[in-house]
Structure formats: structure tokens, C-alpha cells
Design a protein around this ligand. Structure first.
Ligand SMILES: [Zn+2]
Length: 231
């Protein structure tokens, strides 16, 4: 018997307490084909990518969240109801999703995250994932638009260290700022952030990221030379 890559999961909405069912990918199913320099995974079966189902959307009130979202308080719940639920026409994103549908779910989650004033690194992570989904659709313009926004929020997060005490390390956030700067053609900025990694006091704890930063630093210098020649 072949086991389906996906299954239906039921959640109780943290905002309106409605029960809704949504598709999830089995944890053992996805097999990685490739990981890009900004950590976007290409799966062997992209049609059943876990990225498509990362966001849960309540069909009754429109609240969109992920496993990393901050729990609602009575105040943020009130804001979600006022800004989303009262305007929400009940509809479900609980079935098999296309990339386009997944992007709508992420955009709803980004709006909810903004309304809840979540930490910048969480918002940046959602924006980055939307950029990746546009990349998978070969929509380079929208990809860059979202990478730029992710970059802006990772920088804000780094400036006030709002990632402290989470799974996100300082070296990793520096790397993402460097790499997103490189991808958005801000070469000087990329070099500044990659160099911070190489000289970081914790560099020996995260050798993998540091080696990657060295490699991307070298690539940035090449990118810059190519750009100078073109001018
Ligand atoms: Zn709800």
C-alpha cells in the first residue's frame, strides 16, 4: 500500500476556537534535492513541499499563523477580529494548495504578524519564504521585492537583537543579511556583514555558516567586479 505524502490535520483556531482541517505533509516524506545559499530547500517532490502548508488559516475567522507564531493575547485577538475577521468571507485554504494559494496564506500570516507586532526576525522569515515561493515560480521581480523586505526586517532585528534567546543565532542572522544583500546587489553591505561573521567571537561554534560566509564573500567580490566591468 502506498502511503499518501499528505494527511488532514485538525486544529482549534487560537482566535475564534473554530475547528478547521488543513493538509499537512508527513514529516518523513520530504526529501531534499538542494539547499540554496539563502537556505531555500528544493525538494525532490516540489508538489508536496512542506513550504506550501507552513501557514494555517482558519476558514471561519481568517486568522493565519504558523507553529512559530506568538500566542494571541486578548488585545491582539481584538485587533485580529477588528482588522481581519469582520471583513473575512469564510473560505478554506485547508485543501491541497498551489504555490499561488500558499502565497496568499503567507501574506495573510504576514498581515497577522504585523498586527500582533511580532518580532522582526519572525516577520522577516515569512517574507523570505514568500520570496522563495516566487523564485520557484520564476517570478524574479516579486522574489526580489520580498527578499528586499526580508532584508530590511532582518536588519531591524539585528539592530535591536530581538532574536536573542531564540533558535536564531547572531551569526545566522548576520549571514542572512549578508546573503540577502548580495542577492539584492548591495555588494558593499554584503561584504560588511560577511566580514562581521568571520571575525565573530563565536565563529568556531558555527563553522558551517562561517565557511559559507567566506564562500559568499568571495562570490560577492566576483559579482562586484562583473558589475564594475559592465559599467
Ligand atoms: Zn478562527
Amino acid at each position: 500500500m502506498t502511503i499518501s505524502p499528505t494527511f488532514n490535520r485538525t486544529f482549534k483556531c487560537p482566535c475564534c476556537s473554530n475547528s478547521f482541517t488543513t493538509v499537512n505533509v508527513r514529516i518523513s516524506y520530504p526529501k531534499t534535492a538542494e539547499i540554496s545559499s539563502d537556505y531555500c530547500v528544493t525538494y525532490k517532490d516540489e508538489a508536496n513541499s512542506p513550504y506550501l502548508y507552513y501557514v494555517n488559516v482558519c476558514d471561519s475567522c481568517g486568522y493565519a499563523y504558523t507553529k512559530n507564531s506568538v500566542p494571541l493575547t486578548s488585545l491582539t485577538k481584538e485587533t485580529i477580529i477588528k482588522e481581519i475577521s469582520v471583513k473575512w468571507k469564510p473560505r478554506s485554504y485547508g485543501n491541497i494548495r498551489s504555490i499561488e494559494e500558499a502565497i496568499i496564506c503567507y501574506k495573510l500570516a504576514i498581515y497577522c504578524s504585523t498586527l500582533k507586532k511580532e518580532k522582526y526576525y519572525l516577520l522577516a522569515g515569512l517574507l523570505l519564504r514568500v520570496g522563495w515561493l516566487y523564485r520557484k515560480m520564476n517570478d524574479l521581480k516579486e522574489e526580489e521585492r520580498f527578499l528586499l523586505q526580508a532584508l530590511e526586517y532582518y536588519k531591524k532585528s539585528y539592530d535591536i537583537a530581538d532574536y536573542a534567546g531564540t533558535d536564531m543565532s547572531e551569526i545566522r542572522i548576520l549571514y542572512l543579511i549578508g546573503e540577502l544583500s548580495r542577492r539584492c546587489n548591495f555588494y558593499e553591505q554584503a561584504v560588511t556583514y560577511f566580514s562581521k561573521i568571520v571575525s565573530h567571537p563565536n565563529a568556531h561554534f558555527e563553522k558551517g555558516v562561517v565557511d559559507k560566509a567566506r564562500e559568499q564573500w568571495r562570490l560577492t567580490r566576483e559579482n562586484n567586479k562583473t558589475l564594475e566591468k559592465a559599467i
